[in-house]
Design a protein around this ligand. Structure first.
Ligand SMILES: *Cc1c(COP(=O)(O)O)cnc(C)c1O
Length: 230
């Protein structure tokens, strides 16, 4: 299984590199986050051993279970799915970056948890670029107020923005939505507060990561294609 995981990782990395080159960006500009929601703890460990040291989970309880079972690994854990406020404390303790911060109430809860544990919590703000009602996230219009609110929080650091493409599955729609996130970042980064640095753009999954890289993704969140044929 580990050989197959290695070759899957290698082929994804090659495709990322090609998209990086095509768009004239510097090599190594994109971090691969292996999304392990389809597999158990043992396979997650194997993915790390195959060379993927950034691991992502979309459900809080599963993230806790895996991160706590794999504390012997120097992995970085990414929370990428919707987070309920009552699950913030343990998630903050287990993760290096929370990608999916989608409300001021959640920001408040994370700040509170950071205060209790005396740390600054790294987060991305999720943006609902497709404006689908079923999707979480701030709208582009909400973002300036959200960033102003962040400036009042001492235990939160915003490292960038995150989005998911809409459900149409159309690659042109995805490309437009990724471009929108990049444009929002360009517009907002000029006068953002001290604890906001909009460097990171977390966008792109198995079906659309190459267009995301072409539009400036610095993190791609990839699950299914890593586990094909294992
Ligand atoms: C599942 C998931 C991914 C990975 O999706 P794949 O299509 O399997 O690569 C990325 N981001 C989020 C938020 C997810 O829930």
């Amino acid at each position: 299984m580990i050989e197959k995981l290695k070759s899957n990782l290698e082929s994804v990395r090659e495709r990322i590199d090609e998209a990086t080159k095509r768009s004239g960006r510097s090599p190594g500009a994109v971090k691969l986050i292996g999304v392990t929601k389809y597999v158990n703890v043992d396979t997650t460990r194997k993915l790390f051993e195959a060379g993927c040291d950034h691991l992502g989970e979309s459900r809080a309880q599963v993230l806790w279970e895996k991160a706590e079972a794999l504390t012997d690994l120097p992995a970085q854990w990414h929370m990428i799915g919707h987070l309920q406020r009552n699950k913030v404390k343990r998630t903050v303790a287990c993760s290096d970056l929370i990608h999916s911060v989608d409300s001021q109430r959640l920001l408040t809860a994370i700040n509170e948890s950071g205060r209790e544990s005396d740390q600054v919590v790294n987060v991305l703000l999720e943006v609902n670029v497709s404006r689908e009602a079923a999707k979480h996230g701030f709208t582009g219009e909400d973002l300036p107020a959200a960033l102003e609110f962040v400036s009042t929080l001492q235990h939160v650091s915003v490292n960038g923005l995150m989005c998911m493409a809409g459900l149409t599955g159309d690659i042109d729609d995805a490309q437009r939505e990724f471009a929108l996130l990049r444009d929002l970042r360009e517009r907002l980064k000029t006068d953002s507060p001290n604890n906001v640095d909009l460097t990171e753009l977390s966008m792109g999954m198995s079906g659309d990561f190459e267009v995301a890289v072409e539009q400036g993704a610095t993190m791609v969140r990839i699950g299914s294609i890593l586990f094909e044929g294992i």
